[in-house]
Design a protein around this ligand. Structure first.
Ligand SMILES: NC(=O)c1ccc[n+]([C@@H]2O[C@H](COP(=O)([O-])OP(=O)(O)OC[C@H]3O[C@@H](n4cnc5c(N)ncnc54)[C@H](OP(=O)(O)O)[C@@H]3O)[C@@H](O)[C@H]2O)c1
Length: 229
């Protein structure tokens, strides 16, 4: 497995749920961390905890529904790090549940696609060229195994679009030293997953780190975290 100690990470959605688990796992491996959430206060305790262990940790805030803030987040992360080695796109929002299957709420689709698709794709597009130039990079885009639930179509479609980006970009990364993969965490008890989910949030590990740690160049693959429990 790859030694990622000292690697610079930009992790979105680090404050809660799955992102918080991933942050802990990356900290355990000695990464230099840039932790994103909507407000710096949301990651303040985590930053203090990791800094107390001697790690280099920064907190950045960005509302990913605002494209200017997405770009500013990337620019600030690059300024701090001098180059991101690992981009972990975890942050996302769930769209409201619609009993009426024939609902098209334009604003819900727009918001879901901006936060769940356009923001992570933008961060990828701003980080990948530097990774390719340095011949190393790991990108993980968190997707969802959601299926047969048209009640949540704005969310489901936004994740399917993110999958498409990864699948179609992957062949272009071949031989560069940079990999980009998808991570399906499974249905977990988080603010987004809800209390009725069958799995504890901790069950996302160790699977969530597998696409980061693989050394065999696997790229454009769907990883299911629950398969590694
Ligand atoms: N939980 C599940 O069952 C499940 C299943 C399949 C896929 N997923 C995926 O796993 C990832 C994490 O989900 P989770 O369950 O851990 O979610 P969560 O507990 O709701 O946490 C969401 C994270 O994203 C950030 N975030 C939310 N909206 C944002 C916005 N508009 N702009 C910027 N940041 C925002 C939050 O930051 P703040 O704290 O600052 O709000 C928080 O750090 C998502 O991609 C989700 O689609 C989850």
């Amino acid at each position: 497995m790859l030694d990622i100690s000292g690697k610079w990470v930009l992790l979105t959605g680090a404050s809660r749920g799955i992102g918080r688990q991933v942050a802990g796992a990356l900290a355990d491996r000695g990464c230099r961390l840039i932790l994103h959430s909507r407000k710096r206060e949301h990651t303040a305790a985590l930053v203090a905890q990791f800094q107390a262990s001697g790690l280099t940790v920064h907190a950045l805030e960005a509302e990913l529904s605002e494209q200017e803030q997405v770009i500013a987040l990337a620019e600030e992360a690059l300024r701090i790090s001098g180059g991101i080695d690992i981009l972990y796109n975890d942050a996302a929002i769930q769209s409201p549940w619609h009993e009426d299957l024939f609902t098209t709420e334009l604003d819900e689709y727009r918001l879901s696609f901006q936060v769940n698709t356009i923001a992570p794709i933008t961060l990828c597009n701003l980080m990948l060229p530097g990774m390719i130039a340095r011949k190393f990079g790991r990108v993980v885009n968190v997707t969802s195994g959601i299926k047969d639930q048209p009640q949540l179509m704005a969310y489901a479609a936004s994740k399917a679009a993110l999958d498409k980006y990864v699948y179609d970009m992957a062949p272009h990364l071949e031989g560069t030293g940079v990999t980009m993969n998808l991570l399906d965490p499974g249905w977990l008890r988080t603010d987004l997953g809800g209390p009725q989910a069958p799995n504890a949030v901790e069950s996302v590990l160790p699977g969530a780190l597998v696409p980061v740690l693989l050394e065999d160049g696997t790229c454009g693959k769907w990883f299911s975290a629950q398969e590694y429990r």
